[in-house]
Design a protein around this ligand. Structure first.
Ligand code: ADP
Ligand code: MG
Length: 252
């Protein structure tokens, strides 16, 4: 059973149809990279998968749990609050702009959800946070505030925070787009390490070399459609579709 299964997802903002019948799945331990031009619906797709936005039609499953299911009329029905909350604990999300709580220390950023949402004891949450900060090379930053950290350090805190509840799947939306090239490398390195540890990940990215080297599968989206999908060496080095070829020519 896939960790994530998206079937016939549809989404419009008013007249703007942003997702047309998007279907894809992510298996346990797989890294799926989503590439495509700006405005193609990548963030909207991730936001729909992570309950930040709602679909108009189609289904999304996390394992056996349905977040939303297609209805015969072409719409969709969301699961009850309890199921949605259970699903929210099964994934982690990392944004482009770090989205740390600015008035919380690094330790508080990492412990907030485990303590207040998952009901984990303070000591246990802090022990886990300390372990994650060590893994991210930030053991000495537990008491720092986000504004005292570099962009790369802030993003590593955001990744540690996303890992704090032992997610089954991690979503990244352009995690390096706000960073200088030298800081981009340190984040991509952390993501490579997670991939080596068989973390299941969906990564929206413009880093084609990373996508080619690290992803098990690449999805190319354009104008709300999946235009091409497959092995990274095939999609990135030998694309079949003209739109993929044109995009990669601009990107490389
Ligand atoms: P990408 O991440 O691939 O750049 P987005 O998913 O951000 O694409 O955007 C896809 C389209 O949806 C764009 O036309 C964008 O303007 C529109 N869009 C995204 N979010 C909203 C929103 N909250 N309200 C209205 N339109 C939106
Ligand atoms: Mg986006």
């Amino acid at each position: 059973m896939p960790v994530l299964d998206v079937q016939n997802a549809k989404k419009a903002f008013g007249d703007n149809e942003v997702l047309h019948d998007i279907s894809f799945h992510v298996d346990q331990g797989e890294v799926v990279a989503i590439i495509g031009p700006s405005g193609s619906g990548k963030s909207t797709l991730l936001r729909c998968c992570t309950t930040l936005e709602t679909l108009d039609g189609g289904s999304i499953y996390f394992g056996e749990d349905a977040l939303v299911q297609a209805t015969p009329s072409g719409g969709c029905a969301y699961s009850d609050r309890e199921t949605q909350q259970r699903i929210r604990r099964r994934f982690g999300l990392v944004f482009q702009n770090f989205n740390l709580f600015p008035h919380f220390s690094v330790m508080q950023n990492l412990c907030d959800a485990p303590i207040h949402i998952a009901g984990i004891g303070r000591e246990q949450a802090m022990a886990k946070a300390t372990e994650l900060l060590q893994k991210m090379g930030l053991a000495d930053k537990a008491d720092a505030y986000p504004c005292q950290l570099s962009g790369g350090q802030q993003q590593r805190v955001a990744i540690a925070r996303a890992l704090a509840l032992d997610p089954e799947i991690l979503f990244f939306d352009e995690p390096t787009s706000a960073l200088d090239p030298e800081l981009t490398g340190e984040i991509l390195q952390v993501m490579r390490q997670l991939a080596n540890e068989h973390m299941t990940m969906v990564v929206v990215t413009h880093e084609m070399i990373f996508a080619r080297d690290v992803a098990d599968r690449v999805i190319f989206m354009d104008k709300g459609f999946i235009v091409e999908e497959g092995d990274p060496r095939q999609v990135i080095d030998h694309p079949v579709q003209d739109r993929t070829k044109a995009f990669l020519k601009r990107t490389f």
